[in-house]
Design a protein around this ligand. Sequence first.
Ligand code: UD1
Length: 365
Amino acid sequence: MKKVISVVGARPNFMKVAPIYHQSKYAHFKHLIVHTGQHYDYNLSDSFITALDLPKPDYFLGVGSGTHSQQTARIMIEFEKVCVAENPDLVIVVGDVNSTIACGLVAVKMGIKLAHVEAGLRSGDRTMPEEINRIATDSISDYFFITEEDALANLRKSGVPEDRIFFVGNTMIDSLVKSLPKIEESKILKKLALKPKEYVLVTLHRPSNVDNKESLTDFLEVFRQISKRTKIVFPMHPRTIQRIKDFNLDYHYEQIDGLIITEPANYIDFIKLMQNSKMVLTDSGGIQEETTFLDIPCLTLRTTTERPVTIEFGTNILITPDKDLIIKTFNYALDNPIKRKSIPPLWDGNAAKRIIDIISQKILC
Ligand code: UD1
């Protein structure tokens, strides 16, 4: 029997891999899950495994945090041992995190076929670690599963043969669609004493936004201003919590009336919070897609996006993270909420089925 390994490592990987794993139960190959341990906190890892009905990973590499090179290198050393022991026919990596490129490199150096899910996205900003991971992973992959048409153009431009690219849709949206009944049951609004549509949801963790004091101080002012008009719910990433402490800003953040800071939310609660918010402010990648699907206005606090379909079809507006500009745009967007034009093509909850069909009929046949 043929064997496939899917890699998860960091929070955004779980919802991309889960539908592929579930769909593979109907396929004629053995499917193993390897968790690199890039994210290890319960809130960033295990809570997602539970929420998405994933099994305990077959291998947990436990690499943890470190510099990018340390983390990437440790993942490579450990993942190579797994590949030697299991000798898979195909490795599947998703997204753009360090685990993606690290395991991709191991596969290609061992002559194992490599499939990249969410391939071809480009922000054009090489200062983002994720952009380097995307370019590098796409340069070594054999098969490219893409979520939007811009990815097709990007891959064509870099010379990828057409018959290796498969426009399948978005497995993250598969997870969202499948989880809707559970999301309906979430008690998070009650727990935080919130009513639907009385708050905006914020996430912030990108190094360019949180790794310096000036920027985090500017956001303090942004939240002060915004909180005059609405409650704010801010599930905080461990990196952001740490930086706020490092820069002695925690006292100031705690003083803002109406700013509700919580631990990172589990997947189900987070989507519930998103679905019932007036607007989302974020610097994340995937959240731009989820808000587009749910038709919730999204202000993305970055200068570029690798997901242009969320602007073209969806609810996403890019804003350079400048204090005054954010406040001005926020006020405008609150009074004039942007509506989705349409759900992007193939974001229909069936992307994983297309992927498994292609793997079964074209890759492992
Ligand atoms: C990573 C991804 C990013 C993704 C994000 C989602 C890369 C390059 N970046 O960023 O694309 O949007 O995950 O969360 O792969 N930490 C904990 N507990 C954990 C994990 C991390 O406290 O379980 C802390 C550590 O102090 C660590 C820091 O967060 O040094 C950053 O973690 P890391 O995995 O390096 O990158 P993220 O910022 O989480």
